[in-house]
Design a protein around this ligand. Structure first.
Ligand code: HSE
Length: 369
């Protein structure tokens, strides 16, 4: 019998991308989907046509949720914290698949990124693990890009500098960025043809610094700027986003007891939905760039090694080239002048696809085989 799969948070950015991917891959034919919502309760499901059932259920109704074999939530941490423990305390034994971060480091949960840790996922299901969580987007995108080097145990340490898209901060933040750019453009458009560029630049800055410039979500202007802080502050001076890089990477790789050292500086930039990352990697041994390219490109079907040329870099290695695709280009591969074991690389990935929805979608397949 087809499993009952409850969906929560399927109208947000990650949820919408998840549903689009599931429709494209015809995943719904293998399950009985039930749609839950915190705001559309009892309404007809006009968002996804031709899919049973037509009426949306209450995402806080524990009795209805308990009837599910699997619950997939993209609703966010607040929902997870309110509902997950309540369901478990009522002895619900179903599978919980979550895109939010709150359960990631729980000892009972597994971080899912099956091109990297499919064996761990399979073994965990056999052992009776019931909670599977998508990892941080930069972590997933990094592991897909560098999967070959990780799997061959060639990495001594990595420092990452990220260039993270507005989408990582949610739908409202994407809209805020668009609003910011629109306001700036409207204020300077009449000057573009006849004014000196420095006069225009002055007007851009005074617009951005004006008291009513919209910064409710980002807490600082992002258009024509950047924000070198993502998430809360940790005691050691890292941001929480930076802290996740080492902790989640090692959890995915089952190396929590013998962690690979990673650290990061995470920066929000004005890309809409693709995260980019620049890596400095200390290799365990000196291997050639062509060997590294072979190792990287043979790891999974999505990673694409981009030759270190101007033409290929401008064409393939940027957010606009990657957006809306599952491609994980990695390029700018070269040894640093400081030594032959030091590798530099740059990658880009869609934050909503491999960074969030796709690992979750693929996890469902392990449970409905
Ligand atoms: N924390 C990420 C970001 C979202 O802010 O970009 C994806 O996990």
């Amino acid at each position: 019998m087809k499993k009952y799969v409850g969906f929560v948070g399927w109208r947000g950015t990650v949820g919408t991308v998840l549903i689009q991917r599931m429709l494209k891959e015809k995943d719904f034919k293998n399950i009985n989907p039930i749609f839950f919502s915190t705001s559309q309760i009892g309404k007809k499901n006009l968002f996804i046509q031709d899919i049973y059932p037509y009426y949306i259920k209450d995402a806080y109704n524990i009795l209805d949720l308990k009837k599910m074999d699997i619950i997939i939530t993209c609703q966010g941490t607040e929902y997870t914290e309110k509902v997950y423990f309540e369901l478990r305390s009522q002895n619900w034994k179903g599978y919980w698949i979550d895109a939010a971060s709150s359960l990631r480091m729980n000892k009972d949960s597994i971080l899912v990124l099956d091109p990297v840790n499919n064996v761990l996922i399979e073994e965990s299901i056999k052992k009776g693990v019931k909670t599977f969580v998508g990892s941080n987007c930069t972590v997933s995108l990094m592991l897909l890009a560098l999967g070959g080097l990780f799997s061959k145990n060639l990495i001594e340490w990595i420092t990452v500098h990220t260039y993270q898209a507005a989408s990582g901060s949610g739908a409202k933040s994407m809209l805020e960025l668009l609003q910011q750019t629109g306001i700036v453009f409207n204020n300077i458009s009449s000057l573009i043809v006849n004014s000196h560029v420095l006069e225009i630049e002055k007007k851009v800055n005074s617009t951005i610094q004006s008291a009513n410039f919209p910064i409710e979500n980002f807490k600082a202007p992002l258009a024509y700027s950047l924000i070198p802080w993502i998430d809360k502050k940790m005691k050691n001076g890292q941001s929480k986003e930076e802290w996740k890089v080492q902790s989640e990477t090692n959890k995915i790789l089952s190396r929590t007891d013998n962690p690979i050292r990673l650290d990061a500086t995470c920066v929000r930039i004005s890309s809409l939905r693709c995260h980019s990352q620049s890596f400095t990697i200390k290799l365990k041994k000196d291997i050639s760039i062509s060997e590294i390219e072979d190792i990287l490109s043979s790891h999974n079907p999505w990673v694409k090694v981009i030759p270190n040329t101007i033409k290929d870099t401008l064409r393939y290695l940027n957010p606009i080239a990657v957006t809306g695709t599952l491609n994980i280009p990695i390029g700018r591969l070269r040894k640093l002048t400081i030594g032959s074991k030091y590798l530099s690389a740059f990658t880009v990935g869609d934050q909503l696809l491999w960074g969030a929805a796709e690992p979750i979608r693929r996890m469902l397949h392990f449970l409905i085989k």
